[in-house]
Unconditional design. Sequence first.
Length: 412
Amino acid sequence: MKIIHTADWHLGKTLCGRSRRTEQEEFLEFLVQETESYEADLILIAGDIYDNGNPPAWAEELFYRTVMRLSGDGKRLVLVIAGNHDSPERLEAAIPLARKHGIIICGYPRTVTPVGACGKQEVLQSGEGWMEVKAGREHAVILTIPYPSEKRLNEFLYPEGTEEKKAAAYAERMKEMLDGLAVHFREDTVNLLVTHLFAMASLPGGSEQGIQLGGSYLIDGRILPARAQYMALGHVHRPQTIPGTNHRGWYAGAPMAYHRQEAQIPVHSFYRLEIHPGESVLPEAVPIPCSKPIVSVHCVGIEAAKEWCRDHREEDSWVFLDVETDRYIREEEIREMRKDKDGLIEVHPIFPEQGEEESEECRREKSFEEQFREFYRGEKGVEAAPELVKLLLDVLGEEETDETAADENQRD
């Protein structure tokens, strides 16, 4: 059985308000082409299809169009589970139409997939959180655990006590569920697990929103079923094997960098593997072409930053620019940089160290407005707009200072 494992598409996600639609379309086109050339029998999509539970219309249209192409009009099985960013109800609403195209959708850990024809393949038997399918010439038993939050598991409230007790309660419940589902594995089937969760000691990529609450949603990779030949996971954006699984459990990772910190991930990929009953397997990583990387640039001086933007105007990239400077960067200077470098996301000033920090007594002597203006300059590198200062003071019921009034008079 030939399998493709991918996850964490985050369709609809932006980078500081900039659309990633073109990059996501390019990735999905690449995925479809690779799936067809590999002649895959089964595609596992391990959650976080969208970036939130109410995705834009174009993202939903792109998802459904892509999974239909991945299925090859029902020739291949496509199995989709919900991640923590997805709305399970919204995903499962398409089940009646999806099955005709060989697409299986599981929104909840207790989802039961109906038995019968699924495209040109078949679901032979099923129950809460598991199914046996025919894909290609093999049979596979697949355990499906979409994002297992406390609510979706329909658990009782955690017992009162420490975070350690809460973590133990969650881990115990997860182990109980996994052990109960693993009894369906057989020696004559390909035995798989697909889930969306965060395993202990995994290396995060940078922008994953933590599944855990005070650590209570972390699981130890050693509780994952030992009889599973391959475990396809989603949530962590860095491709990697899962500690404690003896290289049987893998995070496919996100298809691209979705955050500045994720620019450090050397290669984004998905996995493909060929597996037969009773055999062990190591997946092959398929590198995903990057058409528009995220880069971090450090310049000494504002003029050097302007020059860098001019010199790299033809490069198609998203840029976070750190600038060492002894003064604030004016708005017109930032506009000039953005005009030269279209993908400039952020210009962050780095000021020389000021020596000893300002005392608490000195801070108390300053008005709220003065403290806010200083904070804004430190964070943004420019002065706060008078309209913003006035609005904040109005909301808080603070009196305007002479500086605010002067700003307004100058604007009038």
